[in-house]
Structures are given as structure tokens and as C-alpha cells.
Design a protein. Structure first.
Lengths: 114, 113
């Protein structure tokens, strides 16, 4: 089956620094990738839809300048959390659409901002 | 607009008992419906999906779900629970074709010996 990887799996950073999270589709090309955020014991909330070669589409309430998304190729999308603060601590999950109406999810990245 | 409602944030069953996790959906277009499972600190794994073909969908690990348009439901069932089924389960809906998934709030399945 299709595999999506994320790197890193967990990261701890200091307040005010930036963190980049990578999402890769390993064995298929993904025109569209999605970035989700999940707080403890809660559901996934879509942050943005990332399309290869174009600007990401952000959901209402998500700060575009804080959560920078780049989808440079058909197998890679990155999420950069800029000037991170403790409230940005969360579990970030990406998914990739395989053109068959199915999203494959990465294993997630746990971000802790101290 | 699309939404899903999962009834019951927690469901407890005994090992070997029937598992029933409820999901009702709302969609302005013919829906694509999904059930995902999430183990602690992991991503989501697709259990099964409905994409307008057969209304009874069989998935992995013995799970199945039935699409009932008249009831706007897509409940997840498994005849006999196993300890390894203990996890968080999410129902989701989309309009298909690269459209975003909208998730329910999740149901935590607890399985006791």
C-alpha cells in the first residue's frame, strides 16, 4: 500500500524558533497533500491543503504567516512553524491523496515548544 | 457543507463481544465515507471506505460498515472484539476527488478481558 512518511517524528524547540516538518509520499505521487493538527484526546483539524506548484489553501483561522507550507514536488510537502510558542505544541499529521479518493496518513510529528 | 457526528466518546466492550461504533453524516453532495483507526502517538490507518459502490463495506481486521442513506449513517461493526482493537476510531466524510476530509470527534474503544 501507499506509504507516507514524516520527519521528524518528534521535536522539541525553544519558544521563538522555527521548526520544519517534512511529509513525503514514498511510493506514489501526490498532487495534493493535507496538513492536520491534533490536540490531545481530540480530533484532527485540517489546517491547510497543499497543492504541488501552487500556494496552499488555508482553513479559516489558521495563520498563513505562522504555518508556512511548501509543496515543491509531487512527493514532498513541508510545514514550517515560524516563531513557535508553547501554544503551538501539538501533534501534526500530514496526508497525501493518491488520486483514488483516498488519503494516506503519515505517522505524525509531535512538536513541543518550551 | 459536510459533517459527521460520532455518538459516544467512549465505548467499552468485553473481549469477544460485538463492537458497534456509530457515525452519522451530513453532506450536500453524495458522500465518500471513511473509518480510520489511530493508536497512541501514531497516524491514522484506513479501516474501510465507502465510495458509492456496495453499501456494505468490508475492511481490514474484521471490521465492516454499512452505508444507509435513509438513516444518514455509516456505523462500524466487528462481530468479536479483540484486545488489539483498543484504539481511537474516527469517522470522516468527503465529497471525493481531492476534497478535504471532515472528521468526527472520535470514539475511544476500550476492550476488557
Amino acid at each position: 500500500g501507499a506509504v507516507v512518511s514524516q520527519h521528524p517524528s518528534w521535536v522539541i524547540c525553544k519558544s521563538g524558533t522555527s521548526v520544519k516538518i517534512e511529509c513525503r509520499s514514498l511510493d506514489f505521487q501526490a498532487t495534493t497533500m493535507f496538513w492536520y493538527r491534533q490536540f490531545p484526546k481530540q480530533s484532527l483539524m485540517l489546517m491547510a491543503t497543499s497543492n504541488e506548484g501552487s500556494k496552499a489553501t488555508y482553513e479559516q483561522g489558521v495563520e498563513k504567516d505562522k504555518f508556512l507550507i511548501n509543496h515543491a514536488s509531487l512527493t514532498l510537502s513541508t510545514l514550517t512553524v515560524t516563531s513557535a510558542h508553547p501554544e503551538d505544541s501539538s501533534f501534526y499529521i500530514c496526508s497525501a491523496d493518491d488520486r483514488d479518493n483516498e488519503q494516506y496518513f503519515g505517522p505524525g510529528t509531535r512538536l513541543t515548544v518550551t | 457543507a459536510q459533517s459527521v457526528t460520532q455518538l459516544g466518546s467512549h465505548v467499552s466492550v468485553s473481549e469477544g463481544a460485538l463492537v458497534l461504533l456509530r457515525c452519522n453524516y451530513s453532506s450536500s453532495v453524495p458522500p465518500y465515507l471513511f473509518w480510520y483507526v489511530q493508536y497512541p502517538n501514531q497516524g491514522l490507518q484506513l479501516l474501510l471506505k465507502y465510495t458509492s459502490a456496495a453499501t456494505l463495506v468490508k475492511g481490514i481486521n474484521g471490521f465492516e460498515a454499512e452505508f444507509k442513506k435513509s438513516e444518514t449513517s455509516f456505523h462500524l461493526t466487528k462481530p468479536s472484539a479483540h484486545m488489539s482493537d483498543a484504539a481511537e476510531y474516527f469517522c470522516a466524510v468527503s465529497g471525493g476527488g481531492f476534497q478535504k476530509l471532515v472528521f468526527g470527534t472520535g470514539t475511544r474503544l476500550l476492550v476488557s478481558p
